[in-house]
Each structure stands twice: as structure tokens, then as C-alpha cells.
Design a binder for this molecule. Structure first.
Ligand SMILES: Nc1nc2c(ncn2[C@@H]2O[C@H](COP(=O)(O)OP(=O)(O)O)[C@@H](O)[C@H]2O)c(=O)[nH]1
Ligand SMILES: [Mg+2]
Length: 241
């Protein structure tokens, strides 16, 4: 994350904590939250260094429930699994639905059920990779628990974070959720096959993402028709061999 983005994210988080706490415990709430995030960042850095050491490219995907995170991963894994050894880690509060969907496209999957936790954190990922022979993999994808708020508290130690929104969420969804756009490298606006029917203002969504984070790469896709999936993989620097 760029330095001025980092400052802005810290400021917003402090405001959030301030609003949540009563006067007497406000400082404690802010300090505890910062401490948890610092610990998470240390572990995320360890995860990242380990993945780099073993030459594994890594991506984590965040976005609301139903944006198309799993559908995009299915499309990507389908194209890449003949040539790359892929591990996909899926986070959901319960079930193995997403892992099962992706497994059908010939990737190894691990489902993490978080219970009441609304995001994965670096500890979850560290627990998995420390028990894996990472030389066996070329690529790791992580699908976070579906929501647009909690994952901003926890980086996971991947090379790139990808935020997915869909046009069915309405053209205001980007401007209303700036945090994840600030900390992501790629923004995917999905379900463009439905554009004519819905009349969503796609240009606004693209320009909002760019205004929030001028460094973010923005791509519009349809996981359903496959439109621009190759371009998304090019942004991720993955060659279809
Ligand atoms: N029309 C259309 N439907 C999509 C697209 N991507 C996902 N979906 C559908 O949207 C629903 C939610 O998708 P899913 O991949 O489970 O979203 P996730 O919760 O973000 O993982 C499913 O019924 C998908 O088939 C798309 O690009 N176009
Ligand atoms: Mg999913």
C-alpha cells in the first residue's frame, strides 16, 4: 500500500474505533486494535517471505457475498490447472460449497470455516502453509469470507489483493467502501454480461475506484461468459502457457 493510502487507512480505522468505544475505554480499544493488526502484519510478512522463497505466486480475493469471487476463481483455475499446480484456500463461516466448486476444475482446495469471524487473517494462512510442501505449488489463491468491511483489517501476506464487486451491487458500492479499494492492487467489476438489462453506471464504478486509489488496476469482467478473464490474468502477471 502506498504511504499516503496507509495514513488514510489508519485515520479511518481510528475513527471507526473511536465511534465504537465509550469515553473510558476509547484509548484501550484503539491501542488493542492497532496491536492486533501489528501482530497480523508481522505474520503476514512471514507468510509472504515463505511464499517468495518457494517461488509461489499468491493472490487473495475479497468482495461481498455473491460478487462472483468463486465464479472468477473457477474460470481462472479452469484455464490454469492443466499447466500450473494450484492451491486454493476458501474462507466462509460454514460449509465446503466454494471449495467443492473450485475442486471440480482440478485444483487442490482447502476450506476454512471461520464460525463467527467475518474475515480470514494471516494466522489462518500461516497454519496452512507451514504444513505444506510449498515446492509442490506454483500458485496460491485465497478467497476471503464474503464482505466488504472486515477483510480490510487483515492483510494475508499475498503478492496481490484483488477486490471484486459486481454491477448488481449498484454503482455506489465502490465509493461506499473505499478501504478495500485503497489496499487492493486490482479491482474487478464483474457481471458485465448483465449491463444492458440493469443499466448500472459502469463508468462511475471504474472512475470511483481510480479516484480512491490511482494505483489500482481496474478490469471489467464476466465470469459467466468469460469476457476479459484473460486480461485479468495478464494483470495478475500469469501466463496461460
Ligand atoms: N450473470 C452473471 N452471474 C454471475 C457472474 N459471476 C458470478 N455469477 C453468479 O452470481 C452468483 C454468486 O457467485 P459466486 O461466485 O458464488 O460469488 P461469491 O459469493 O463472490 O463467491 C452465482 O449464482 C453465480 O453464478 C457473472 O459474471 N455474470
Ligand atoms: Mg464464494
Amino acid at each position: 500500500m502506498k504511504e499516503n493510502n496507509q495514513k488514510e487507512v489508519a485515520r479511518i480505522k481510528e475513527l471507526e474505533s473511536t465511534n465504537l468505544a465509550t469515553d473510558e475505554i476509547r484509548d484501550l480499544v484503539i491501542e488493542t486494535k492497532k496491536e492486533v493488526e501489528r501482530d497480523n502484519e508481522i505474520l503476514a510478512e512471514k507468510v509472504h517471505q515463505t511464499l517468495i522463497k518457494h517461488n509461489v505466486k499468491s493472490f487473495d480475493i475479497v468482495g461481498a457475498i455473491g460478487a462472483g469471487k468463486t465464479a472468477l476463481l473457477e474460470a481462472i483455475v479452469e484455464k490454469l490447472s492443466p499447466k500450473y499446480k494450484i492451491l486454493v484456500i476458501c474462507g466462509d463461516i460454514t460449509t465446503r460449497v466454494d471449495a467443492n466448486r473450485i475442486e471440480r476444475h482440478n485444483a487442490e482446495t482447502i476450506q476454512i470455516n471461520t464460525g463467527r469471524e467475518c474475515a480470514l487473517n494471516a494466522y489462518h494462512i500461516h497454519q496452512i502453509i507451514k504444513n505444506k510442501d510449498l515446492d509442490e505449488y506454483d500458485l496460491i489463491f485465497i478467497e476471503n469470507v464474503g464482505n466488504l468491511i472486515c477483510p480490510s483489517d487483515f492483510i494475508l501476506g499475498t503478492d496481490k489483493r484483488i477486490i471484486v464487486v459486481s454491477i448488481t451491487e449498484g454503482e455506489w458500492v465502490v465509493e461506499k467502501h473505499p478501504m478495500l479499494f485503497k489496499m487492493s492492487n486490482i479491482a474487478v467489476i464483474n457481471k458485465i454480461d448483465l449491463l444492458k438489462r440493469l443499466g448500472t453506471n459502469l463508468e462511475k464504478m471504474v472512475s470511483d475506484a481510480k479516484n480512491i486509489n490511482p494505483n489500482i488496476e481496474v478490469i471489467t469482467t464476466s465470469a459467466k461468459t468469460g469476457e476479459n478473464i484473460d486480461k485479468l490474468m495478464a494483470l495478475m502477471n500469469i501466463k496461460i502457457l
